[in-house]
Design a protein around this ligand. Structure first.
Ligand code: NAG
Ligand code: NAG
Ligand code: NAG
Ligand code: NAG
Ligand code: NAG
Ligand code: NAG
Length: 212
């Protein structure tokens, strides 16, 4: 992914001041992918300092800064080696995460310091994990559909609708296992479908129930 910063000139800078000063973007991203987080599109020649602030749950507040005058980078409290500058910050100030892990949920902000003020761009990163879906029969006429270790929690629905009990179990790492147990007593039902809907994609599974 390319960041649009190279194309900006001073005229654009003035326009951008109006709407980019404190923009936040919400970004859902699949675990295991690589992410590139762009700074505001401002040409580097107008800048004094570029700072990335990274706020992750259960981790100290991490800062990466590049000072143009001294052409030096400095890091404070940054321990995750998967989060780095894309290249030398004097060439490209974007941040990359390679690969995105479940612990990378958080807030990332690029601050570009220019003589006439700061420009910000923030990202609320939401890491998505695809649940593992299974459908099986437990007791006679009872079907169990499970969407294991998904993030966020999956939604389970059935065709046809049955008498269901749905439970959620939190994994501690941010994932949730959803289990729906159903029966169709008194209905003439032979095949049932479990539909799992999730931000990473939907899935449907069928199972045949014993007659009676
Ligand atoms: C962007 O998000 C940060 C962190 O949640 C928040 O402190 C800040 O006020 C937000 N800015 C805007 C313009 O919404
Ligand atoms: C480094 O992390 C500690 C602990 O979270 C925090 O108190 C401190 O302010 C951080 N330092 C900087 C420069 O952000
Ligand atoms: C900044 O430092 C890098 C080495 O870290 C060097 O390759 C580059 O030429 C320097 N840039 C400027 C503008 O001095
Ligand atoms: C299911 O029901 C049949 C007949 O009603 C019975 O013979 C069988 O043992 C039952 N199986 C289970 C696992 O409960
Ligand atoms: C999250 O924890 C659950 C069990 O609590 C585990 O099965 C799952 O693999 C973990 N997922 C990640 C991405 O660490
Ligand atoms: C997934 O399922 C939900 C609810 O059933 C639906 O609103 C959504 O459009 C589906 N998404 C896709 C990509 O099919």
């Amino acid at each position: 992914m390319l960041c649009p910063w190279r194309t900006a000139n001073l005229g654009l800078l003035l326009i951008l001041t109006v709407f980019l000063v404190t923009a936040n973007t919400s970004w859902p991203i699949l675990m295991g992918k690589n992410a590139v987080l762009c700074c505001p599109p401002i040409a580097l020649k107008y800048l004094i300092i570029i700072t990335w602030e990274i706020i992750l749950r259960d981790q100290p507040f991490c800062k990466k800064a590049y000072k143009k005058e001294t052409n030096e980078t400095k890091e404070t409290n940054c321990t995750d080696e998967r989060i780095t500058w894309v290249s030398r910050p004097d060439q490209n100030p974007a941040l990359q995460i390679r690969p995105v892990a479940i612990t990378h949920d958080g807030y990332y902000r690029c601050i570009m310091g220019a003589p006439d003020g700061n420009f910000h761009r923030g990202y609320h990163l939401q890491v998505l994990v695809t649940p593992e879906v299974t459908l099986f029969q437990s007791r006679n006429g009872t079907a169990v559909c499970k969407a294991a270790a998904g993030k966020p929690a999956a939604q389970i629905s059935w065709i046809p609708e049955g008498d269901c009990v749905t439970e959620q179990e939190y994994g501690g790492n941010g994932t949730v296992t959803v289990k729906s147990t159903c029966h169709w007593e008194g209905h003439d039902v032979s095949t049932v479908t479990c539909h799992v809907s999730h931000l990473t994609g939907n899935k449907s599974l069928d199972i045949e129930l014993p007659p009676g």
